[in-house]
Design a protein around this ligand. Structure first.
Ligand code: SAM
Length: 252
């Protein structure tokens, strides 16, 4: 697949972000924003968490790998009437001083970066002692993995390591005291085809996978995705639960 900094910025991710809004609200609420605190949102996308934190009075910096996401966050912050300190950065190498933040967050963000150990070292480095960390992470879903696997050349999902309590403890436990809660996000639509249309236009990794396939293989990916979601359809439409973890940490 081509350059992630480019493909993350393509498509209409905001359509998915809107549906994640209750999780963004909960993440910010659980991080207990306080006026004047220094807050960093990593892999911030178009800024949903960063804007909420700024609205709650924090002094917020936000970064993302994709320049196009940062531009969209700039527009969203202006529309919301808040100031964000925005910059392009890979989560593996944050352009921030040691111990410079009271709160560090990432909603379904850093889990997509390669080299999770390097990401964690950076999150720990920029937190002051006692700082609060808040992440949301996807729990591996066997049925969805079975949809992607035949098309992904055996590449494991990069997010898997963030989706299990034990591996989270291994990754983060040396730096943070952790609390992990499990919840689920309901993917809804009138039918499987409608859910596919949403993901194929608005989920950058799905768009990138689709774009990497020769034309003749694309219908098979679509059909496998639609079939799975049709299995979760009742008289109300599709209701496909995706489990996620809310990870709260305190920097030692
Ligand atoms: C699913 S979006 C989440 C965006 C936002 N946090 C939200 O909740 O709406 C994942 C974000 O991670 C960013 N990303 C992917 N790899 C990254 C990396 N190595 N470093 C920093 N950001 C990265 C993408 O550009 C994208 O904006």
């Amino acid at each position: 697949m081509s350059d992630p900094a480019a493909w993350w910025g393509e498509g209409t991710y905001e359509r998915l972000a809107e549906r994640l809004a209750p999780i963004h609200d909960e993440l910010v609420r659980r991080l207990e924003p306080r006026s004047g605190e220094r807050w960093l949102d990593v892999a911030a996308g178009p800024g949903a968490v960063a804007i909420r934190a700024a609205q709650a009075g924090a002094r917020v910096s936000a970064s993302d790998l994709a320049p196009a996401m940062i531009e969209r966050a700039r527009g969203a912050a202006a529309a919301a009437g808040v100031e964000l300190d925005l910059g392009v950065a890979d989560a593996r190498s944050l352009p921030c001083e040691d111990a410079s933040f009271d709160v560090v967050s990432s909603a379904f963000g850093v889990i997509f970066a390669p080299e999770p150990e390097r990401v964690v070292a950076e999150l720990a480095r920029v937190c002051r002692s006692g700082a609060r960390l808040g992440l949301t992470t996807w729990v591996p879903n066997e049925e969805l993995d079975a949809v992607w696997e035949p098309f992904a050349d055996g590449r494991p999902a990069p997010t898997d390591v963030w989706g299990e309590e034990r591996s989270l403890e291994r990754l983060l436990g040396d730096h943070f005291d952790l609390e992990v809660e499990r919840d689920s996000w309901l993917v809804t639509g009138r039918n499987g085809a409608e859910v596919w249309e949403l993901f194929a236009s608005s989920a950058p990794p799905v768009r990138a996978l689709l774009g990497s396939l020769p034309d003749e293989r694309r219908p098979a990916l679509r059909n496998a995705f639609v079939d799975l979601h049709e299995r979760y359809r009742d008289e109300r439409g599709v209701r496909f639960p995706m489990e996620y973890l809310l990870v709260l940490g305190k920097r030692r």
